[in-house]
Design a protein around this ligand. Structure first.
Ligand code: AMP
Ligand code: MN
Ligand code: MN
Ligand code: MN
Length: 285
């Protein structure tokens, strides 16, 4: 039997609902063999998750999901096998979190102007000391009746041209890929089918990404359809990128996205775990 890899998920260190310990336990319950925790712009959950994985005898990969601004668009870059001791990486991430804090205040101010008071404080309370994300605003606003669910809430308030939207000023593509690569990790374009881009622009993103040292493409994502998986698989092969798979699990409350419940990589794809840095963590092809 081939192993189950889930290389993209979130804990309470960023915008997930489970603590790192609970998350790893759930992955274990769902038969995941190798898990990467990839919180947004923060590595605080990794030590706890690694401990729990060791206790359960599960494969664990320290990861990250870095927010990037590329040609005026927000893109997410996953880092796998990062070294959390890397000063360059940690300095970079700290800068992103500073922007997150400022942006959260700004979102609060903008919503206030539209008559929605207390959103910043409400969202802050939901972070329980972790990074602040639009997810926390959405949770607070849904709880206060501003939309029936998260999806609707984002659509009404938190995306481009909506009252609580503040444009991202994240890392450059080169910075994110360099921080990851210099720390010994593999940089992977997260959920490529989620970006609203033309085929030409997606190819440009891939070329830019490869030019600065990116090696991987998240062909299988919990948020991709079967057709998208096939298409992304072809792109990965055409551009000679390694293929990754991850659920992007955030919460047990989202019944559509579960840990470890992922389609296999398309046949011709070379998995990210074929690289030498994965030795000792399951099938090596
Ligand atoms: P941020 O990095 O703070 O801008 O927040 C982005 C996060 O919001 C993503 O990682 C998702 O977890 C969440 N998100 C974005 N769009 C949606 C949506 N339409 N519905 C639910 N969650 C979303
Ligand atoms: Mn998220
Ligand atoms: Mn993402
Ligand atoms: Mn994610």
């Amino acid at each position: 039997m081939s192993k189950i890899y889930d290389l993209h998920c979130h804990s309470t260190a960023s915008d997930g609902d489970l603590s790192p310990t609970e998350l790893v336990q759930r992955a274990h319950d769902k038969q995941v063999d190798v898990l990467a925790l990839t919180d947004h712009d923060v590595t605080d959950g990794l030590a706890e998750a690694a401990n729990m994985a060791a206790t359960l005898g599960m494969g664990f990969v320290p990861g990250i999901e870095i927010s990037v601004s590329w040609q005026k668009q927000t893109i997410h870059i996953i880092g796998l096998h990062i070294d959390i001791e890397s000063e360059e990486l940690q300095t970079g991430l700290a800068k992103l979190r500073e922007f997150r804090n400022w942006r959260a205040e700004e979102i609060g101010r903008r919503l206030e102007k539209k008559g929605i008071g207390g959103a910043y404080e409400g969202a802050m309370r939901l972070t329980r000391g972790a990074i602040i994300s639009r997810t926390h605003f959405a949770q607070f606003l849904v709880a206060n009746g501003y939309a029936k669910d998260m999806r609707e809430l984002f659509k009404r308030y938190l995306i481009k041209n909506k009252p609580g939207y503040v444009p991202g000023e994240w890392a450059s593509l080169e910075e994110a890929v360099t921080w990851i690569t210099n720390s010994g990790g593999q940089a992977v374009i997260a959920h490529p089918a989620r970006y609203k881009v033309t085929a030409t622009r997606l190819r440009r993103l891939i070329r830019n990404f490869k030019d600065v040292g990116g090696v991987g493409f998240e062909v299988v994502s919990g948020t991709h359809s079967n057709d998208e998986i096939k298409y992304m698989g072809r792109l990965a092969n055409q551009f000679e990128l390694l293929s990754s798979c991850g659920s992007d699990f955030h919460s047990p409350n989202n019944v559509y996205l579960e840990l470890g419940r992922l389609s296999a990589l398309p046949e011709a794809c070379t998995p990210v775990w074929s690289d030498a840095c994965w030795h000792g963590l399951g099938d090596i092809v």
